[in-house]
Design a protein around this ligand. Structure first.
Ligand code: FAD
Length: 333
């Protein structure tokens, strides 16, 4: 019984780094998930509805995406259009803290360059450190809608490597204010993005991999890949990274197809290609239900081959669809 006058200690869990989970698992393949914050106005119940059915698979960590503000053009009574800035899915940091508290599982917030000055980035990292978040995925972010290229915030970072450097600096106790001596050293495990089909803006794969290597040399510890539908692309990518001297874990990202519109939307938004065989089989599907059956079967086959190949972790992009993700994962774990 707790007898002191103070409140009893709240049970906590020992947060760990993604790389520690992977090392601890040795030859076992882990499973992890990525979720999106709910649209503004939604609550944590939306997140729990997605995650509750997935927690049976004991993911060691859950990624939470970050969404930059968008500009919209709203027509006013005068007939003029007004440019308004809106963040549709805020709350990444709060959701991470809530997941850690609720499930006792590590959360990996995505942190982007877009929309942040260096100072704001530093303050966000201080918040994450105080919340005992151990891992971050450091990304540049995409260009905003209606902008043809990525525009950093004034005083912000233009490339993910600069964000990695800033996090790594804090891991060494170096803050933006040079007057801070003996600043507390954070201990973030830093993930970055990798592209088995090349990042759309990179002139070629070799250049893209060299920039990825530079991010590792700047302090990143692991890579999570863009989704892909042909495992050859992932195997080739890993082989090229290894040949270039990249030794960190490369976690494959997977997303089962569930809706007909995704046949156009996924290649357009994520710059990935579907294999001919998948397109042929998808073309024969007349309904979303039929396509989801194919999507689940394809993703299970992909996952099995990757697992047999000894990948460290299978990382699923849920995109708000826990049901399909569960149908895939329950056939594997
Ligand atoms: P960078 O590493 O900066 O690379 C961008 C491009 O520039 C590449 O073509 C690269 O080859 C090149 N390059 C890199 N460094 C240099 C340099 N120093 N000089 C010149 N060229 C360089 N977006 C979000 O907004 N929120 C998210 O939560 C999110 N999560 C993601 C999760 C994963 C696993 C992945 C794969 C992507 C995610 N994205 C997210 C999308 C990501 O932000 C975009 O793909 C973005 O266009 C590039 O991000 P990056 O971190 O790879 O950028």
């Amino acid at each position: 019984m707790w007898t002191s006058g103070r409140n009893p200690p709240v049970p906590t869990f020992a947060a760990m780094k993604v790389t520690e989970y992977l090392a601890q698992a040795e030859d076992r393949t882990l499973v992890s998930f990525e979720i999106l914050p709910p649209l503004k106005g939604g609550g944590m119940d939306a997140i729990f509805r997605i995650l509750d059915p997935l927690m049976d698979f004991k993911p060691p960590f859950i990624d939470v995406t970050y969404h930059r503000e968008e500009f919209l053009y709203v027509k006013r009574e005068s007939g003029y259009y007004e440019k308004v800035s809106i963040r549709k899915r805020p709350g990444t940091v709060g959701i991470c803290a809530s997941i850690m508290h609720h499930y006792g599982v590590d959360a990996v917030p995505h942190l982007i360059c877009g929309g942040f000055t260096r100072e704001e980035t530093e303050n966000a990292l201080i918040d994450l450190n105080f919340l005992k978040v151990q891992n971050v995925l450091a990304l540049r972010g995409d260009s905003r809608r209606f902008e043809d290229r990525f525009n950093p915030e004034e005083g912000g970072h233009a490339f993910a490597i600069d964000l990695v450097r800033q996090i790594s600096d804090m891991n060494h106790g170096r803050y933006l204010d040079e007057n801070i001596r003996d600043g507390q050293k954070t201990d973030f495990c830093i993930g970055i993005a990798g592209y088995p089909e090349k990042h759309i803006e990179a002139p070629n794969m070799e250049t893209d991999i060299q920039w990825t290597k530079a991010k590792i040399e700047a302090g990143a510890h692991f890579i999570v890949t863009q989704m892909f539908y042909d495992n050859r692309k992932y195997f080739d990518y890993v082989a090229r990274c290894r040949a270039a001297g990249i030794t960190v874990p490369i976690i494959p990202g997977l997303k089962p197809l569930t809706r007909m519109y995704q046949l156009n939307a996924i290649p357009r938004k994520f710059f990935v290609h579907f294999p001919e065989e998948l397109i042929r089989e998808a073309s024969a599907c007349k309904t979303d239900k039929a396509l989801a059956e194919l999507g689940v079967a394809w993703c299970v086959a992909q996952s099995r081959e990757l697992r047999d190949h000894g990948v460290p972790c299978l990382h699923y992009y849920t995109m708000g669809d826990a049901d399909t993700t569960r149908r895939v994962v329950e056939q594997l774990f």
